[in-house]
Design a binder for this molecule. Structure first.
Ligand SMILES: Nc1ncnc2c1ncn2[C@@H]1O[C@H](COP(=O)(O)OP(=O)(O)OP(=O)(O)O)[C@@H](O)[C@H]1O
Ligand SMILES: [Mg+2]
Length: 394
């Protein structure tokens, strides 16, 4: 076969292969666009786990009618314009390819009205074929509708799972988002019924923590906030008594972006290694903030990973911050500030530092070694520096 340039739709479908894995990836890209547009409320309507319909409506800045075709064109973005911008990205999106990718593998509609415009407009794209701009009544903000995901790519459609499973992936992603953005209201409906609502406004980040990950986590969470070397690490870490069988409550955000990072995960694990039973996983919600030029976000098409320019420094910073915070919980236990309850598992005991009573050493039997417990003065909101002060005063 001679070398030929690929048609645009096929180029977008190839990109979709990387960016759009399942309905949850579509929800992620669309909600990120809404957040980048300054939305304070995002409505997410789903049908059949998002496979049949994903509709995301926001009250953000909107798109002028004449720019709608650009929004669904590859490599067109309002978020960066130069390499300097790319090296200091402050928005969640920057690649200019999410909408064209999604629109190439679905029946797609984009409707929008800028805040200062009198009228809205809409554009339909069907499996990558772009229609005409048509006037459409719309409140200020943007709506994106994605129907029949992968209807034209049977090989991908085959990989979609049951409605419940796909919905579960969407909900997990929304949990992660809700933790990072307590200032934004998120409303979800599934098959026509309201299914989840994260309110904004009167709720602060701590309240959303309980709402999102459960009161047990919130009660056992230590708030941390530590800065140094141009880095800031804040958020919550669960005290060792609240541990998990799997790594299902480990949330890391770098400059507000949810990412997976082996080096940070390792630093956390190391900090917990003396205080958790072997095989147990810590729970945490950590926000790392640093100058955007010190982290490369252009590493992964779906932006699940980043690359730190000084990874070693960050590893040590995270390790030390957490180790310090956990050391104070040990001191707290010792001085009776946070008595342990629960039960010691019979026989297999991991080794704990002498200063740290293993969970449940004064317990009631042996049945439930890891009952989350309620410490006496609520540690939620107690910062490490405050904890140090409180202990020093004893
Ligand atoms: N909800 C929205 N509100 C306002 N503008 C939007 C919205 N969604 C998309 N846009 C506009 O359309 C452009 C293209 O969106 P798209 O998601 O394809 O690319 P991006 O967000 O710039 O980069 P990425 O591919 O990394 O997501 C955006 O740069 C933005 O200007
Ligand atoms: Mg985007």
């Amino acid at each position: 076969m001679p070398i030929r340039p690929l048609p645009d739709t096929l180029i977008n479908q190839i990109a979709a292969g990387e960016v759009v894995e399942r309905p949850a990836s579509v929800v992620k890209e669309l909600v990120e666009n809404a957040l980048d547009a300054g939305a304070t409320r995002v409505d997410i309507d789903l049908e059949e786990g998002g496979i049949r319909l994903i509709r995301i409506r926001d009250d953000g800045g909107g798109i002028p009618p004449e720019e709608l075709p650009l929004a669904v064109s590859r490599h067109a973005t309002s978020k960066i314009a130069s390499l300097d911008d790319l090296e200091a990205v402050a928005t969640l999106g920057f690649r200019g390819e999410a909408l064209p990718s999604i629109a190439s593998v679905s029946r797609f509609m984009l409707a929008s009205r800028p805040r200062d415009a009198e009228h809205g407009a809409a554009l339909h794209v069907d499996g990558g074929r772009v229609g005409e701009i048509v006037p459409k009544a719309h409140a200020p903000g943007t709506t994106v509708e994605v129907r029949d995901l992968f209807y034209n790519v049977p090989a991908r459609r085959k990989f979609l799972r049951a409605e419940r499973t796909e919905l579960g992936h969407i909900e997990e992603w929304l949990r992660s988002l809700a933790l990072a953005r307590p200032d934004v209201e998120l409303r979800v409906s599934h098959n026509g019924k309201p299914s989840r609502r994260y309110r904004a406004g009167d709720l602060d980040a701590a309240a959303r923590l309980g709402e999102t990950l459960g009161e047990d986590f919130a009660r056992s969470a230590l708030r941390i906030d530590h800065s140094g070397a141009g880095l800031r690490l804040h958020g919550w870490i669960a005290q060792p008594h609240y541990s998990r069988a799997s790594a299902d409550q480990q949330y890391l955000y770098v400059n507000g972006r949810a990412v997976r990072d082996r080096s940070v995960a390792h630093a956390v694990k190391l900090a917990y290694q003396d205080v958790l039973y072997h095989g147990r996983q810590p729970a945490y919600v950590l926000f790392l903030e640093l100058d955007p030029t010190r982290v490369d976000v252009n590493v992964h098409p779906a932006k699940h990973e980043v690359r730190f320019r000084d990874a070693r420094l960050i590893h040590d910073f995270v390790f030390r911050t957490l180790q310090e915070a956990l050391a104070h919980t040990r001191a707290g236990v010792e001085t009776g500030v946070a008595p342990a309850t629960g039960a010691q598992p019979s026989g297999v005991g991991p080794s704990y530092p002498a200063s740290y009573p293993a969970p449940g050493t004064e317990g009631n039997g042996g049945a439930r070694p890891f009952v989350p417990w309620t410490p006496a003065p609520q540690p939620l909101g107690l910062r490490v520096d405050e904890a140090v002060g409180a202990l020093a005063a004893l």
